[in-house]
Design a binder for this molecule. Structure first.
Ligand SMILES: Cc1cc2nc3c(=O)[nH]c(=O)nc-3n(C[C@H](O)[C@H](O)[C@H](O)COP(=O)(O)O)c2cc1C
Length: 319
């Protein structure tokens, strides 16, 4: 079974991707990269292209709705030689993205999706894939037109977040549509949506998908990449400390590669994800709620590292 870390804006930077691949993710994604911002010369946007040595395979996800901008983004991402695929985001439901004509605005426009994929393909020799949704709302399924658009354009894979755009990120996951997609598709299908435990994993596997993508379940517990594969996960303390090291490595690389840009200093760069993301490592340990409160006050890497003493020494997550 192939497990994939979903593209997650503000989370799937190189540090978290490296943790996920070490724990068992077979493929990871960058967060979505704005083709328009790249085309307008945004150097900060290029920070999202940064990878770390030792990362597993990474796909680069781009978003936009202008063929020439997406083609440029694909060209730039490919030229770095760091990625294994270029993925087009046709599913982000956030208003600021959709209202700009990007992300889920593409779900009802299979013809445009086709043209965008063709433009991307022209600029890269990497496999090109599509991540999308079944349709704008349950009364309008565009999934099979999107599949046709992707296959005609020469896509090498198709990821379905099996919730309609109208559902945003919640509610029922339409496994029936996913199963039908698997039947009809000539390319590998990755299933996504709501997988967080053995039961939801099995239900999605039963649709016949080639791979399963974890989104929020990976944020709250990346150990799932191990346990879902039947392996014991390493101690959380170790993973937590490695995550800090990788964040510092990433900060150093960004500061060196983009000397003219604002890159937060190491303490700030590493402690901000503690409040947003790394606090999940402490879930379930005695006094976790109090810890969470204390984390909001932590401003240095040293204080972050000191927290590791709180993990039980033999804390391994069983499969
Ligand atoms: C915080 C957050 C950020 C996300 N960012 C992206 C993104 O950059 N690109 C994308 O295709 N989907 C993005 N998504 C959607 C996820 O990739 C995934 O499709 C969704 O969370 C459903 O999977 P899940 O139920 O396993 O979380 C994001 C979701 C969340 C919660």
């Amino acid at each position: 079974m192939k497990l994939v870390l979903a593209p997650l804006a503000d989370f799937t930077n190189a540090a978290f991707r490296k943790i996920a691949s070490e724990l068992g993710a077979d493929l990871t994604y960058t967060e979505m990269v704005s083709a328009a911002a790249l085309a307008h010369g945004s150097s900060q946007t290029r920070h999202l292209f940064e990878t770390l040595p030792g990362e597993g395979p990474v796909a680069c996800q781009i978003f936009g709705h202008m063929p020439e901008e997406l083609a440029f983004a694909a060209h730039e991402a490919t030229a770095l030689g760091r990625f294994v695929a270029i993925d087009l985001n046709a599913g982000c439901p956030m208003p600021r993205i959709r209202q700009g004509g990007d992300g889920a605005a593409l779900v009802p426009q299979p013809e445009l999706v086709h043209d965008l994929l063709v433009a991307i393909k022209r600029e890269t020799n990497l496999p090109v894939t599509l991540k999308t949704r079944p349709g704008p709302s349950p009364d309008r399924v565009t999934l099979f037109e999107l599949l046709d658009a992707a296959e005609t354009a020469g896509c090498a894979g198709f990821t379905l977040h099996a919730r309609f755009t109208s559902q945003m990120h919640g509610g029922d996951v339409h496994l029936d549509l996913l199963a039908e997609l698997v039947q009809r598709a000539h390319v590998p299908v990755t299933g996504n949506g709501g997988v967080h435990d053995a039961a939801t994993l099995k239900a999605m596997l039963d649709t016949g998908v080639d791979a399963i993508m974890l989104g929020r379940a990976a944020i709250t517990d990346p150990m799932r990449f191990s346990t879902m594969k039947g392996r014991a996960a390493p101690p959380r303390r170790e993973t937590y400390l490695r995550h800090i090291d990788y964040l510092l490595d990433l900060q150093g690389r960004l500061a060196a590669s983009f000397p003219g840009d604002h890159v937060p200093p190491p303490d700030e760069f590493a402690t901000a994800p503690l409040r947003r993301h790394l606090f999940h490592y402490f879930r379930g340990i005695p006094g976790a709620a109090e810890m969470r409160r204390r984390m909001n006050e932590i401003r240095t890497v040293e204080a972050m590292r000191d927290l590791a003493a709180l993990f039980p020494p033999d804390d391994c997550t069983a499969p």
